[in-house]
Design a protein around this ligand. Structure first.
Ligand code: ATP
Length: 232
C-alpha cells in the first residue's frame, strides 16, 4: 500500500484553479521531490494536501481517506506541513514554547519523551531553547520548523522549499538532518526549486508546470520554457 495516494486533485483559491488533475503516489519511507519553477503551484498542492488550501479530489494516507477532513484532523491522521518561509513558527516565542505548541496534539504521556527526542535530533535547538524563534539564523529556523512538524509524530512530512534562503553549508547540514529522519522511516514529499538539494535527498522526482504534472521531467520543462521565450 502507498503511504500517500492522490487521485485527480484540483486545488486553488476561490474561482482560481491553480493545480489541475494531479495524481501521484508515494511509497512508505520514500522521498519524492516535487520540482517546478516559481508560481508552478507547488505550495498550493502541498497546502491542498494538508487541508489549508481548497482542494477537490481523492487523498489517501496509509489507506485512510483524508479529503473532506479539516487540516487539524489531517494532522492527527499523520500528515505534517512545513510551510514555505517557516511560517509554522511564532517568532516572538522561544524555541521551547514553539515545540511545546506542536506537542499539544500528542497524548500528554508522550510529550516529555518526544520533546527530548526532538532536541536530540537537532542539538542546536537544545542550545537555543530559551531564545526567541525570530532571533535564530535561517538554518536554525528551518530546523525548528521541521522539529515542530515532527512533534506530532507524522507518517508523512510535506516540506515546502526548505532550502530557500539558506547558505550552502547550512544546506549540507539540512540534508544530513533529513537523511537521518528518512533512515527512521519517515516519508517525505519535498517541494523544491533547488534541483541539487532535491537530488541529494529524493528517490524520485516529478515536475509541476503551470499547475499540471508534466511527463519527461526537467528536460521537458526546459523545452516548454524555451518554447515560450524563443521566437517560433
Ligand atoms: P514558489 O516557488 O514561488 O513558492 P509555487 O510553485 O509554490 O511557487 P504557488 O505559491 O502555489 O507556486 O503559486 C501558484 C499560483 O497561485 C501563482 O500564480 C500564485 O500567484 C497563485 N496564488 C498563490 N497563493 C494565492 C492566494 N492566496 N490567492 C490567490 N492566488 C494565489
Amino acid at each position: 500500500m502507498s503511504a500517500l495516494a492522490v487521485v485527480d486533485l484540483h486545488a486553488g483559491y476561490g474561482k482560481i484553479d491553480v493545480c489541475r488533475s494531479i495524481s501521484l503516489s508515494i511509497e512508505d519511507g520514500e522521498c519524492l521531490a516535487l520540482l517546478g519553477p516559481n508560481g508552478a503551484g507547488k505550495s498550493t498542492l502541498l497546502g491542498a494536501l494538508a487541508g489549508v488550501v481548497e482542494g477537490k479530489g481523492e487523498i489517501t494516507l496509509s489507506g485512510r481517506r483524508l479529503d473532506g477532513l479539516r487540516a487539524r484532523a489531517r494532522a492527527r491522521a499523520g500528515l505534517a506541513l512545513v510551510p514555505e518561509g517557516r511560517r509554522n513558527l511564532f517568532a516572538p516565542m522561544t524555541v521551547r514554547d514553539n515545540l511545546l505548541l506542536g506537542l499539544r496534539l500528542l497524548p500528554s504521556a508522550e510529550r516529555d519523551q518526544t520533546y527530548l527526542w526532538l532536541l536530540s535530533l537537532f542539538p542546536i535547538l537544545a542550545k537555543r531553547e530559551q531564545q526567541g524563534a525570530g532571533l535564530l539564523s535561517g538554518g536554525e529556523q528551518q530546523m525548528l520548523a521541521l522539529a515542530v512538524a515532527l512533534s506530532r509524530k507524522p507518517k508523512l512530512v510535506l516540506l515546502d522549499e526548505p532550502s530557500q534562503g539558506l547558505a550552502p553549508v547550512i544546506l549540507d547540514q539540512l540534508v544530513e538532518n533529513i537523511r537521518a529522519l528518512r533512515s527512521m522511516g519517515l516519508t517525505v514529499l519535498l517541494a523544491e526549486q533547488n534541483q541539487r538539494f532535491a537530488a541529494a535527498l529524493a528517490d524520485r522526482s516529478i515536475v509541476l508546470c503551470d499547475g499540471e504534472l508534466i511527463e519527461g521531467g526537467m528536460a521537458a520543462l526546459a523545452d516548454s520554457v524555451l518554447a515560450n521565450v524563443l521566437p517560433p
